[in-house]
Design a protein around this ligand. Structure first.
Ligand SMILES: Nc1ncnc2c1ncn2[C@@H]1O[C@H](COP(=O)(O)OP(=O)(O)OP(=O)(O)O)[C@@H](O)[C@H]1O
Ligand SMILES: Cc1cn([C@H]2C[C@H](O)[C@@H](COP(=O)(O)O)O2)c(=O)[nH]c1=O
Length: 215
């Protein structure tokens, strides 16, 4: 019996630590699924396709009108869904995306205060019938995320935003998690990487088991 294809998204404010864990989860899933001839694709937003990666450069570096930013995020997403996500899921493969639509609600809605009605309309337009099966929200206080970013890299347009922006972004993520409790799992990302991996191992086992159940 072939496991049901799954779509998993990773979310969190910049520096929360989500990217650190994607390779680990992808590797564990790939090991478990290879026997069924199922592949695991790791992708990201904005990005995920050649066009998306080009637009990522623009989105992360250039200032623009808030609605232009939201529309471009959803344009990148439309291409990502058409070129990568839907074809992979249709073949029975699994997809992990470093961010998806919850990021638009958190950053453009929470951080920049774009109306949630407009974001809901875009979501309905771009992917009315697609949602991640599981969303892992890496949650940390702002000062922890900031310290991790400052220690590692040059900051992009979003990462240079002020504390208020990230407080609002984090709150919108937590509001979404409360709104969709079946889909979201919140990871306390102040834990050590080893502790988080233990928690991820449990979640991976549950997901793999559910993918083998007869519908
Ligand atoms: N649990 C952790 N404990 C300590 N350091 C961590 C932890 N998780 C990640 N880090 C470190 O924090 C930094 C940022 O992590 P990472 O790039 O995974 O964050 P991110 O949430 O993906 O950020 P962004 O969204 O901006 O790409 C990295 O240097 C990483 O090694
Ligand atoms: C999908 C999406 C992303 N963003 C922001 C969030 C981050 O600051 C960057 C992506 O960079 P990452 O560190 O590699 O995750 O883009 C956004 O504002 N809205 C979105 O929909």
């Amino acid at each position: 019996m072939k496991p049901t294809a799954k779509f998993i998204s990773f979310e969190g404010i910049d520096g929360a630590g989500k990217s650190t864990h994607i390779a680990y989860v992808a590797e564990r899933l790939q090991q478990a699924l290879a026997v069924h001839d199922v592949k695991v694709f790791s992708s990201r937003e904005p990005g995920g396709t050649p066009l998306g990666e080009t637009l990522r450069e623009v989105l992360l570096q250039q200032k623009m009108h808030l609605e232009t930013e939201a529309l471009l995020m959803f344009a990148v997403r439309r291409e990502h869904i058409a070129q990568l996500i839907e074809p992979a899921l249709s073949r029975g493969d699994w997809v992990i995306s470093d961010r998806f639509t919850d990021a638009s609600f958190a950053y453009q809605g929470g951080g920049r205060h774009l109306s949630l009605d407009k974001l809901n309309a875009l979501e309905q337009w771009v992917h009315p019938h697609l949602q991640p099966d599981l969303t892992l929200l890496f949650d940390v206080p702002l000062d922890v995320a900031r310290a991790r970013l400052d220690a590692t890299r040059q900051l992009d347009k979003f990462e240079q935003e002020k504390a208020d922006f990230f407080a609002d972004t984090r709150n919108e993520y937590l509001r979404r998690a409360a709104e969709f409790p079946d889909r979201f799992r919140i990871i306390d990302s102040t834990q050590t990487i080893a502790e988080i991996r233990q928690q991820l191992d449990v979640l991976i086992d549950v997901l793999l088991a559910s993918s083998m159940k007869v519908a």
